[in-house]
Design a protein around this ligand. Structure first.
Ligand code: HEC
Length: 508
């Protein structure tokens, strides 16, 4: 090699390493801002994540695991499929950010110039949405044993409101997060909740039927719920003198007894709701009448439900719900012009993350749009969330060991009248499912409903069921052994005036 080419090659090497240096990410310049924005919200003291990710030392210590887990899109937790629907609250990383972490780890996790480290992020202490206007605290702590069956406990908190009040954000804070699985809020103006509470010497009272049927549903909180205002000028109405009924689903943590005393913060809106709004669960009531009956070992058990919207709506968010065995969750809208649109696609349901997925813009769905929901469950041994070894048959039920499944849209409407029409359609859907169960002589399915709701929904005894069954046979006009949408309608018209015990399905 000549002197000259030696020089050229030395120069070239120098240039290359300079270019590499410029490209080599450092903690202080590239990684810290990313970790502050995307990880530290949970990975800090007092939050759900198991360790803190803030300083160079903390991130360096787990660098390889972080590169792997972000690559696999396990972290940050976000379970909707990428590139299907854009959500406003998507907390996942994009491809460049994932590649950046990998490059940093491959480069040996360089720290970079400490002077360039951006200031550590500030997070609100305590209430995530700021100090609420009204704080409702469960009056007494409730003991949850270390082990035992799940329980549903209702707590009554008088709100002391002297006038009608509109609220645009509700923030829930569990006292003992490790045992609180989910919470539903109800509003009672009848005094029945207080009566039930007084009749039970321990704090609150048991069961789910009494609240769900009688009180006005206000919304809820799940593990993984991010506190957020409703948006779009929407608000809930709290009537004067109303009591808050908090129905808490407890799941003992298997390790330590806990005492839970939940607090709920309400943020007042300065105006009534800008538009009527409600929820559209497909299927209704968490699939109570879907006939869920999952054989042991079944890798993918599928239930599909549909509903045709009777009025124009604008959907602002979607939520999925199932228990441990849930696998695939899908919701699409097929518009009257035949165009199909995804609302949610999830192939790896994770019980621990029951998010509300907020659409970037409201999704307009005109009357006549068909909503299709598909939910599947994996009841095999190879499901990492399987807790029964060997697996056993699983039916619908309220405890974490049972299953449920529903996909719920939060929607805005144009008029109060149209909201009523929508609620009636939901009730008709549920009634149609009830008729299906009778038609299929699904005694177990109906019996599950009775025992789980606490006997408050009247389910026929076997003799009555046989009579009802005979009636439903007449609905099957084409005698194909199935009841299709059209065949169901006369049955629904007949039964719906008798439907009691389910109360209102949507949010008022
Ligand atoms: C919304 C809250 C949240 C965010 C945001 C978040 N994490 Fe996590 N992370 C958790 C929780 C909770 C766990 C505990 C395991 C679980 O529940 O999945 C966890 C676990 C982990 C683990 C251990 C996983 C294991 O299998 O032991 C790593 C590593 C991790 N997170 C890294 C990150 C990184 C890196 C980011 C940002 C890019 C991030 N996380 C963002 C909540 C979060």
């Amino acid at each position: 090699m000549t002197r000259r080419s030696n020089l050229v090659s030395a120069l070239f090497t120098l240039l290359c390493s300079a270019a590499q240096g410029a490209d080599m990410p450092t903690f202080t310049e590239q990684i810290a801002p990313l970790v502050y924005e995307k990880c530290a919200g949970c990975h800090r003291d007092g939050q759900g994540a198991p360790f803190t990710l803030l300083t160079y030392a903390q991130v360096k210590k787990r660098a390889l695991q972080i590169a792997d887990i972000t690559d696999e899109r396990v972290m940050p937790p976000w379970h909707a499929e990428h590139g299907v629907v854009d959500y406003a609250n998507d907390r996942s990383l994009n491809d460049e950010q994932i590649a950046l972490i990998r490059r940093w780890v491959d480069a040996g996790t360089p720290e970079g110039d400490p002077a360039r480290l951006p200031p550590a992020p500030k997070f609100p202490e305590g209430w995530q949405l700021g100090k609420p206007d009204l704080i409702a605290e469960v009056p007494e702590g409730y003991s949850v044993p270390a082990e035992g069956p799940d329980t549903y406990r209702n707590f009554v908190v008088p709100l002391g409101l002297t006038e009608e009040t509109w609220v645009n954000a509700i923030e829930f804070r569990p006292g003992a997060p490790s045992v609180v699985h989910h919470v539903l809020y109800f509003i009672d103006t009848s005094g029945k909740a207080r009566e039930a509470d007084a009749a039970d010497p321990a704090p609150g009272y048991n069961g789910m039927g009494r609240s769900n049927g009688n009180f006005r549903y206000l919304g809820g909180w799940d593990l993984g719920t991010q506190a957020a205002a409703l948006g779009y000028g929407l608000a809930w109405l709290l009537p004067k003198g109303a009591d808050l009924v908090l129905q808490v689903h407890y799941h003992p943590n298997g390790k330590l007894a806990q005492t839970d005393r939940a607090v709920v913060g309400f943020h007042f809106a300065d105006k009534p709701t800008a538009r009527p709004w409600t929820i559209v669960p497909v299927p209704p009531f968490f699939g109570i009448l879907s006939g869920i009956n999952i054989p042991p070992g079944e890798k993918e058990y599928i239930k599909e439900s549909s509903m045709v919207l009777p009025v124009d709506i604008e959907a602002i968010g979607v939520n999925a719900h199932a228990h441990y065995l849930g696998k695939r969750m899908e919701m699409t809208a097929t518009l009257p012009n035949g165009e199909k649109q995804w609302l949610l696609k999830m192939v790896n349901w994770n019980f621990a993350w029951q998010e509300d997925y907020a659409f970037k813009q409201p999704v307009k769905l005109p009357a006549g749009t068909r909503l299709d929901a598909l939910i599947s469950w994996d009841n095999s041994d190879s499901n990492p969330y399987q807790f029964a070894h060997p697996p056993r048959a699983v039916r619908w039920g309220p405890t974490s060991a049972d299953e449920m499944g529903t996909l719920t849209l939060t929607v805005m409407l144009n008029t109060a009248e149209e909201k009523k029409t929508l609620h009636t359609e939901l009730k008709r859907t549920l009634t149609g499912q009830l008729i299906q169960r009778v038609f299929e002589k699904d005694i177990d399915g109906l019996g599950t409903v009775r025992s789980q709701i606490g006997g408050e929904v009247s389910v026929p005894d076997p003799e009555q069921l046989a009579r009802f069954h005979a009636l439903t046979l007449g609905l099957d006009i084409n005698k194909d052994g199935k009841l299709d949408h059209a065949e169901l309608q006369p049955g629904i018209n007949f039964v719906i005036p008798m439907m009691r015990g389910f109360g209102e399905i949507g949010i008022d």
